[in-house]
Design a protein around this ligand. Structure first.
Ligand code: PLP
Length: 415
């Protein structure tokens, strides 16, 4: 690493965070990857690029998103938390970064805006992307419509089946949705297909990757675009409370909303961080999507990281009630932050998430997506072990409209 005195290190010149990351891609892609990196460095140094990004964040996405003190949720969690060893009241104050209020309903749009501006800067005229639940596909289709670029979305055939409302949204926004039938016909296969298309069409095509994974420089640039979450939250928290939070918390699929929240705080020693993977039906079996808890290092989608895989390196299919969390890998920066001990990682089951989902609905009048419901589940547990003057800040990275059918089904309600 080039800056050993900081956790906010850049990856090295080949894109490694410690042993993780890198760019394991076909030779034909190397020139494009290098061009992308050059262009990204230039964009990063260009005030006009930042100004364009900020303008769209304010007026198209609706930023800054609010910072919200969830007082009734905090109170509900404090009830029954009791007192600590020195008689102090337990039950931390829970705050949310409200990224579910963004245009298209989640944090994904932050990254899509950044990448499409980069694509335009590079003179690319065709956009491709992969999607699982469809949230990244919808956000990509929206920015393509906004800039008048044709858009192809690769989506596992099984997900196309399961996520009809988002498939229709993408089509309304003018995207072509291509079902992928290889492998398990889900997110991981869609990403393989996206990389294949990119190899074949590098001359005019830009691949907008949806999470902080993929070959270098994607993990870094996705992190940088999503870091608007943490930068805003840090300033808002200081302004509202005069202090930094004690703990940050975010759900992890590939890790983009989490790294976006965490990164601007990494050098604040007093701030703890907790990433929450999807434990599905439990970590004992294979029905989960916890790559850190249940996987080991390997190479997938152009980078080295923790992966759900068998002893032969065959990628296992993740499971979670939340389609946005069932990616079999995790961004390489998280793998590194875990190994050096800067960020703590835990998991929440489908049932934990469902319980937290309902608790938030009833205490705060907010219907969250099932992804952040995993983070809320971990927050409610952790809050009971912290003092009532301590602060937890969780990223509410998506809203629940897309999930009401899944939740109704899980609760045995026919709608
Ligand atoms: C896609 C998605 C996720 C998972 O992706 P990350 O890259 O881990 O952030 C989490 N929450 C929501 C609402 C999503 O749409």
């Amino acid at each position: 690493m080039n800056a050993p005195n900081t956790y906010r290190a850049q990856p090295d010149e080949r894109g490694h965070f410690g042993q993780f990351g890198g760019r394991y891609v076909a030779e034909t892609l190397m020139p494009l990857i290098l061009e992308l990196e050059r262009e990204y460095r230039a964009a990063k140094a260009d005030p006009a690029f930042a100004a364009q990004f900020d303008d769209l964040m304010n007026h198209y996405v609706g930023r800054p998103s609010p910072l919200y003190h969830a007082e009734r949720l905090s109170e509900a969690v404090r009830e029954g938390a009791g007192t600590g060893p020195n008689g102090e009241r337990l039950g931390a104050q829970i705050w949310f970064k409200r990224d579910e209020l963004n245009h298209t309903g989640a944090h994904k749009i932050n990254n899509c805006i950044g990448q499409i501006l980069l694509a335009i800067r590079m003179g690319k005229t065709r956009i491709i992307a992969e999607t699982g639940a469809g949230q990244h596909g919808v956000a990509t289709a929206a920015v393509c419509a906004r800039f008048g670029l044709p858009c192809v979305i690769y989506m596992g055939a099984k997900d196309v089946e399961r996520q009809q409302p988002n498939v229709f949204r993408m089509k309304l926004l003018g995207a072509e949705v291509r079902p992928v039938t290889s492998g398990a016909a889900t997110l991981s296969d869609a990403m393989n297909e996206g990389l294949r298309d990119w190899v074949a069409n590098v001359h005019d095509t830009f691949y907008i990757i949806g999470t902080a994974a993929g070959p270098h420089p994607y993990p870094e640039l996705v992190r940088d675009f999503q870091s608007i979450i943490g930068r805003e939250a840090r300033a808002q928290m200081l302004e509202r409370t005069g202090r930094l939070p004690d703990l940050l918390c975010a759900a992890i699929g590939g890790g983009s909303n989490a790294i976006g929240l965490f990164h601007p705080f990494l050098d604040d020693e007093s701030v703890g961080m907790l990433g929450v993977e999807a434990a599905g039906h439990g970590l004992e079996g294979s029905e989960h999507a916890a790559s850190l808890a249940g996987g080991f290092p390997g190479v997938l989608h152009g980078n080295k990281t923790y992966l759900l895989q068998d002893e032969d390196g065959q990628i296992a299919e993740g499971h979670s009630i939340s389609a946005g969390l069932d990616y079999p890998g995790i961004g390489p920066e998280h793998a590194w932050l875990r190994d050096i001990g800067r960020v703590e990682y835990t998991s929440a089951t489908d049932q934990d998430a469902l319980d937290a989902f309902q608790l938030l609905c009833r205490t705060e009048g907010i219907i969250p997506a099932l992804e952040p419901a995993h983070a809320i589940a971990a927050v409610t547990k952790r809050a009971r072990t912290m003092r009532d003057d301590q602060i937890i800040l969780a990223n509410l990275c998506g809203r629940g409209d897309k999930d009401i059918f899944t939740v109704a089904n899980a609760l045995g309600v026919a709608i």
